[in-house]
Design a protein around this ligand. Structure first.
Ligand code: TXA
Ligand code: MG
Length: 320
């Protein structure tokens, strides 16, 4: 594997060519790092599954460089989805739409819909544009972690997770720490109104303002295949405990206004919810690197981004 610490026009072009040649390229996005492959190349996509250790049949998000490429991959797009795309792309939002024939079963897990996203990180956008210049259609990319583990928010974390599973010709692009730090909001746009399947930085409130529609609750709509709903998604090795009194030797993550109890190992002191989201995964990872048995987290308990933070923590803290 080649680790590119200096992303330039030249190295990004090489990475785009590498994708075109069927290799894997891990790249930064504003949410988390993605493990990319040519979304029309079945062999390349199958390597995503082996490198991640992910069971086959899980659908993948296809990343494109702009809303203009949307109708290559999706059809019968409802008006509210166009509004969302115009408002929040490029950005931390994935839309689930009716697929075209370009989105084959090995991308969609055999479903008739496909997840699409235009990321805003400059390295991701440059990579996608270059890949499309070379004749590529889109880049399939799940988070660049082993199945069930915490998503990486730095290139070093990608290396820690997947370094030993990469092939010689795969690449990792280092674009610095991710700004948002939690995976994109996933919105099912195949029904009459948008439905949030995974909360993220594009919040229900923001979606309601743009579309004028009230959301239903994804957890209640059992007919929809909902992402990341397996227990122990987003889990570090340490046991994650929410809002309990920390014990001696525990790791501890809380807002900076909360003091550190005695004999507890402070892993992060974010100032606000945005910083909490941004630092959460690297703090959990640091707890694992310190071989801690337990990490106690006091999450912020408001609306908006706090719902995404609590969603991931609920899964991380599910009993193993
Ligand atoms: O922020 C993100 O979305 C990151 C970056 C790299 O873009 N990607 C990401 O991908 O989080 P992944 O595969 O780790 O999580 C996507 C989730 C998975 O649980 C997958 O099953 C679900 O979204 N998903 C993808 N396509 C879907 C579809 N067509 N219908 C329902 N769920 C889908
Ligand atoms: Mg993931």
């Amino acid at each position: 594997m080649e680790f590119i610490s200096n992303c330039t026009v030249g190295t990004i072009s090489n990475a785009a060519q590498s994708l075109k040649d069927g290799h894997l390229v891990a790249f930064p996005t504003e949410t988390v790092y993605g493990l990319g492959a040519d979304a029309t190349n079945e062999n390349a996509v199958s390597r995503i599954y082996s490198v991640k250790g992910r069971p086959v049949g899980h659908p993948l998000i296809v990343h494109i460089s702009s809303i203009n490429k949307l109708d290559k991959w999706a059809k019968d797009i409802p008006n509210y989805a166009i509004k969302l795309a115009r408002e929040f792309w490029p950005g931390p939002m994935t839309l689930i739409l009716q697929r075209t024939d370009l989105a084959e079963d090995f991308i969609t897990g055999g479903q008739n819909n496909v997840g699409l996203r235009v990321p805003t990180h400059p390295v991701a956008l440059a990579l996608l544009k270059k890949f499309e210049d070379l004749g590529g259609q889109g880049v399939a990319a799940p988070s660049a972690n082993r199945f069930g583990a915490v998503s990486p928010t730095t290139a070093d974390a990608v290396n820690e997770e997947l370094g030993s599973f990469f092939d010689h010709d795969d690449m990792v692009l280092d674009g610095g720490p991710c700004q948002i730090g939690l995976e994109s909001t996933i919105i099912n746009c195949t029904g009459i109104a948008p439905l949030v399947l995974r909360p993220g930085a594009v919040t229900k409130e923001m979606i309601s303002v743009v579309t004028g529609n009230l959301m239903e609750d994804a957890e209640k709509v059992l007919t929809v295949r909902a992402p990341g709903m397996l227990k122990n998604h987003y889990s570090p090795k340490a046991t994650v405990v929410i809002n309990e009194k920390p014990k001696s030797g525990d790791g501890f993550i809380a807002l900076s206004e909360v003091g550190t109890p005695i004999n507890v190992i402070r892993l992060a002191s974010p100032k606000n919810s945005e910083e909490f989201a941004q630092k959460l995964y690297s703090a959990l990872r640091e707890g694992d690197n310190k071989n801690l048995e337990r990490i106690v987290v006091f999450p912020p308990a408001g609306i908006g981004l706090d719902l995404a933070i609590n969603d991931r923590l609920d899964k991380a803290s599910a009993r193993k």
